[in-house]
Write a protein that binds this ligand. Sequence first.
Ligand code: ADP
Ligand code: MG
Length: 292
Amino acid sequence: ATPTSIMVGTGRGAEMGVLFRKGEALQLLKDAKVVAVDKTGTLTEGRPVLTDLEIADGFDRNQVLAKVASVESRSEHPIARAIVESAVEGGIALPTMTDFDSVTGMGVRATVDGARVEVGADRFMRELGLDVSGFARTAERLGNEGKSPLYAAIDGRLAAIIAVADPIKSSTPAAIAALHQLGLKVAMITGDNARTAQAIAKQLGIDEVVAEVLPEGKVEAVRRLKATHGQIAYVGDGINDAPALAEADVGLAIGTGTDVAVESADVVLMSGNLQGVPNAIALSKATIGNIR
Ligand code: ADP
Ligand code: MG
């Protein structure tokens, strides 16, 4: 491509809210084979709400929710906000909490009212030596509904299964259709539960799913996609996505996302949604594609 065509393409991108931080990205995008996408905050709103709470025998609903929300009040995860909001809306006071600790990709824990409380994914519970099979049927149903199941343990006993649901952005289905139209495959990479991820992928017609990955696992997933498919574009919004954005051939950050993601990206999507991706690829094809 000539410097002029890059300048023209970059300018046209800016007009449509696609900011190229590197001119090279405009040249590379036309050869992308797969667009790998983070789920939470990219495909979905990133504002989950608590939808289900099932309490184990011997526990009191409001007491469990109070303890869990108290622990979550210190977490910055979107799941945490959903749980705290639900407790506050229910008029439940949050008891004081100490010794808060966040276990990356797993969940959170703290001491509340003298009780040890852990909240997080099923793998977190298993790591604590807890058997979650009593909630297996509920977890299966929640996952099939596209909801994310979480568990709460109090003093080493499984106390509840909690579900949060994060609505899909209204712009997402059309953006995925546009990517397919351009001949690309779409892959979802998420730390979320596999069944939940599959349900959402099916709903959106996503071609490939990598679920239950830790933040560092996203980079590994991008590497594997590169090895099997060729050029990979990665789209994300979170701190967790920064390494994957850097690893991909082209990293595209959702403009409303975290600063760390934006700084790790080659392209910033000011629209705040996925539609910027097919727009950027189409632009690359139009400005670079036929000028070789
Ligand atoms: P994701 O982008 O899927 O949220 P994370 O690595 O942030 O990836 O979290 C992975 C999983 O760990 C979440 O899906 C959830 O099951 C669990 N988790 C993380 N933080 C919390 C929290 N504050 N409360 C409950 N569960 C959590
Ligand atoms: Mg995200």
